[in-house]
Ligand binder design. Structure first.
Ligand code: NOJ
Length: 783
């Protein structure tokens, strides 16, 4: 079985509204002006209803549609409001969030529908990030599957569960590119690559919104945080960003564009400033790019108080100015800050905000509500709410997703054969570490309604597999804290066992996700000490890392024979891990972020620019001694390369790659005119292929990747850029020719004339197992 994702394939999906699947490139060329057949908010049939309702509304009622509050558990500073009932009855609230039962949503909805003058329903939102009740791996783990169809299915499950409670809007997917592991929100996204990030963005949107947004089990997606939030300086959450237009266009915007093309009904504006202008008051990104260039018709929601925060940014000195600037820049709805409620009507009356802009923003919100079918079906079905949750097929999908999210980083002979998979049969296992039996952490940092009791912990699954009598479980130390006695107990238990499994890492809730930037990326607390003491027993050790980011663990990678990155795997953490450790499932996940050796390398990403003094010929393993080793772009005390590159991940079998073959050595730039948006072309102009052989004795799945480099461009381009990937299943000994069809946009860049274009350049193409390997093939693009 082969599943293909190339620039061309992703586009076919976007335009045809088909689920991601085995698409090949070469579909008919689609021009930029062709409007994709999109339903939901793009259904012009809704406009008559919207206009009829809008025509009846007062200014205050229109403004009311632009106001959103958190009525449940706050996830940030609150407004202190408690008067929602009264405001709803007066038509002053358009949306509420953080309520999560059908009973509660229905109670608020009854007020809106029965008491407000125009009976306009409320749209209820929630952060349904990687599952609602059925928790899947965190988004970084889901992306590590490199399996968009699976992610789409996971999002569909989340949509069907959330919608059963009346939640018809999720603040997901987070499509921020994350190049810095210090940033805790790396856990919530798809990593560092815009191509993979775009494929994942489309998959989530299709999954949440389904084939019809007005189906009872669909929810509106919200691609966030627009834009550049992941570029926070120093990896410190909420920090400012400086992003050139070139990097914005080529790196940070593409996943949002993919989400918009997939039909995302809403977009959330970010907290950060971009080149000094707050993203939640930025006319360039919100109006020029999003509305004018991309034709986005949906709702732009602010992030939590991000309109108010423009005062702290320093671009407004009072609430009225903050509201005016954000609104005129293109933010339709105000999440929590209440400034639209307080000021917008007065700003219209004083002539500072045109009435037409209010009409347009209200129109977008109403269109969303009509598109969701809320007017016909405003209430959740309380009697059937529970049936939607934790269905057997959802749980089984959660296990598959968890298995595919695991990335095997190291698996060395200990002493003669690789330590994993563990031998079947009876052997005593010591299971040590604070995350071995920590159900809440398995749920991840943002677990919707996920409950610890739904989790099958690693300890529980392992005990079932090997039998309690063969399992010695000790915590060792906590994620933080721990005593000398705890350490001694762990060593004691390791000594008694044939194999030691260490479950170490971060606390999901406190150390990953929002507001959890870290300046140190090692194991927290005394876990490193625990690791070293256990390894010193000489027993074979398998290290399972639970984290929302790569951790800098050079000692572990030198001394531990087997290391598995498990992220936070969700409710099926235990079964997925046990099946993988014992070889019933063969790891196939690959890294979606470059794994650093040390924090000083951050931000670290494979698709970097070269410099005038690249260090590729220097010996970086020791401090420079000669001029040739010294005056190059390097550290004197660390290598430039990551510990493990983007795209990397081992299997229990091995794969051999043949050479990269191209169907032509030359293309003409004049025949490759890139589309203005740089992503929307489906015409195949190059096919590239390589033979991949399973050289081991087990069946396995390999994610085959294609990268290109353009040289001789008007603006320097990355040393490599991902342009496609395919998941291929190979039986032992089987060879498959894997072919990629590339469209013109694979060769396009945001050039010195500020447009996407294909230039006459030299191209290098690699097909390989990750971003650092693969055989190169040369291609020339002639004028
Ligand atoms: C703040 C977060 O940045 C955002 O991702 C989330 O959707 C909102 N809070 C709502 O909870």
């Amino acid at each position: 079985m082969i599943r293909k994702f190339s620039a061309a394939a992703v586009l076919c999906i976007v335009l045809a509204w088909r689920p991601l699947g085995a698409q090949t490139g070469g579909a008919a060329s689609v021009s930029h002006s062709a409007v994709p057949a999109r339903t939901g908010i793009y259904d012009v049939g809704l406009d008559v209803k919207v206009e009829a309702l809008l025509g009846k509304m007062t200014l205050e009622e229109k403004v009311g549609q632009l106001v959103q509050y958190s009525a449940g558990q706050p996830t940030g500073p609150g407004t202190g409001r408690t008067d929602y009932n009264d405001m709803i009855a007066k038509g002053q609230i358009g949306a509420l969030f953080n309520i999560s039962t059908a009973k509660e949503t229905n109670a608020y909805q009854r007020l809106a529908v029965e008491k407000s003058r125009l009976h306009i329903p409320i749209v209820f939102g929630l952060d349904v990030i990687h599952g609602f009740r059925t928790e899947f791996p965190i988004p970084l783990g889901l992306a590590s599957t490199w399996d968009p169809p699976l992610v789409e299915k996971a999002a569909r499950v989340a949509a069907s569960e959330a919608s059963a409670t009346g939640i018809r809007w999720t603040f997901s997917p987070m499509v921020d590119i994350a190049r810095d592991a210090r940033w805790g929100r790396m856990a919530e996204g798809a990593g560092e690559d815009p191509f993979l990030g775009s494929a994942m963005a489309s998959a989530y949107v299709h999954g949440y919104q389904g084939s019809r947004l007005d189906a009872a089990d669909s929810v509106a997606a919200c691609a966030k945080h627009f834009v550049g939030y992941g570029a926070a300086e120093g990896g410190r959450d909420y920090n400012s960003t400086e992003i050139s237009e070139h990097t914005l266009r080529q790196v940070y915007l593409p996943p949002f564009h993919a989400a918009v093309n997939a039909g995302s009904a809403t977009i959330m504006s970010a907290f950060n400033s971009i080149n000094g202008v707050p993203a939640s008051a930025n006319p360039f990104t919100l109006t020029q790019v999003l509305r004018k260039e991309w034709g986005f018709r949906g709702v732009v929601d602010s992030d939590w108080t991000s309109i108010l925060e423009t005062i702290a940014h320093g671009t407004a000195n009072d609430g009225a100015t903050a509201a005016r600037k954000s609104f005129l820049a293109g933010v339709d709805m105000d999440m929590v800050s209440s400034l639209y409620h307080d000021h917008l009507a007065a700003l219209v009356r004083s002539g500072q905000v045109p009435q037409a802009n209010i009409d347009e923003a209200a129109r977008r919100v109403l269109r969303l509500k009509f598109a969701l079918g809320l007017f016909e079906r405003p209430y959740a079905d309380e009697a059937h709410e529970a049936e939607a949750m934790l269905r057997p097929e959802s749980i089984s999908l959660a296990r598959t997703a968890a298995e595919r999210s695991l990335v095997l980083l190291k698996n060395e002979p200990a002493p003669d054969t690789p330590i994993l998979p563990l031998a079947g049969g009876v052997q005593d296992i010591a299971l040590i570490g604070p995350l071995a039996d920590d159900p809440p952490s398995m749920l991840g940092s943002w677990a919707g309604l996920g409950r610890a009791e739904d989790v099958v912990s690693f300890h529980a699954a392992l005990a079932k597999h090997v039998g309690e009598q063969h399992l010695f479980q000790v915590k060792g130390v906590g994620i933080t804290g721990g005593t000398d006695e705890d350490l001694a107990a762990a060593v004691e238990s390791a000594r008694k066992a044939a194999v030691v499994i260490l479950a170490l890492g971060e606390h999901a809730g406190e150390m990953t996700g929002e507001a959890t930037s870290r300046a140190h990326l090692g194991l927290p607390g005394r876990q490193q000490e625990l690791l070293e003491k256990v390894v010193a027993t000489g027993k074979p050790v398998v290290l399972i890392l639970f984290s929302g980011r790569p951790l800098t663990l050079p000692w572990a990678f030198d001394h531990v024979p087997a290391v598995l990155a498990a992220w936070f795997p969700g409710i099926q953490a235990g079964p997925a891990l046990v099946r993988t450790l014992y070889g019933e499932s063969n790891p196939s996940g690959k890294l979606v972020v470059s794994w650093p050796r040390s924090v000083g390398q951050e931000p670290l990403y494979y698709n970097a620019l070269s410099t005038g003094r690249p260090a590729d010929k220097a010996d970086l393993s020791k401090p420079p001694s000669t001029g040739a080793d010294k005056y190059v772009s390097r550290y004197i005390d660390e290598q430039n390369s990551p510990q493990f590159p983007f795209g990397y991940g081992l299997s229990y079998t091995t794969f051999r790659y043949g050479g990269t073959e191209l169907n032509t050595k030359q293309l003409k730039a004049s025949t490759l005119q890139a589309e203005p948006d740089g992503v929307s072309q489906s015409r195949t102009v190059l096919t590239a292929s390589a033979e991949v052989t399973n050289t081991g004795s087990r069946a396995g799945e390999e994610v085959v990747q294609i990268y290109v480099r353009l040289q001789g461009t008007s603006v320097a381009q990355p040393v490599r850029s991902l342009k496609g990937f395919q998941r291929v299943s190979l039986a032992p000994g089987e060879t498959r020719k894997v072919t990629f069809a590339l469209a013109p946009d694979a060769f396009a860049l945001w050039n010195d004339g500020n447009q996407f274009a294909v230039e006459p350049v030299k191209v290098t193409v690699w097909i390989g197992p990750d971003s650092a390997h693969g055989a190169a093939a040369a291609l020339e693009i002639l004028p």
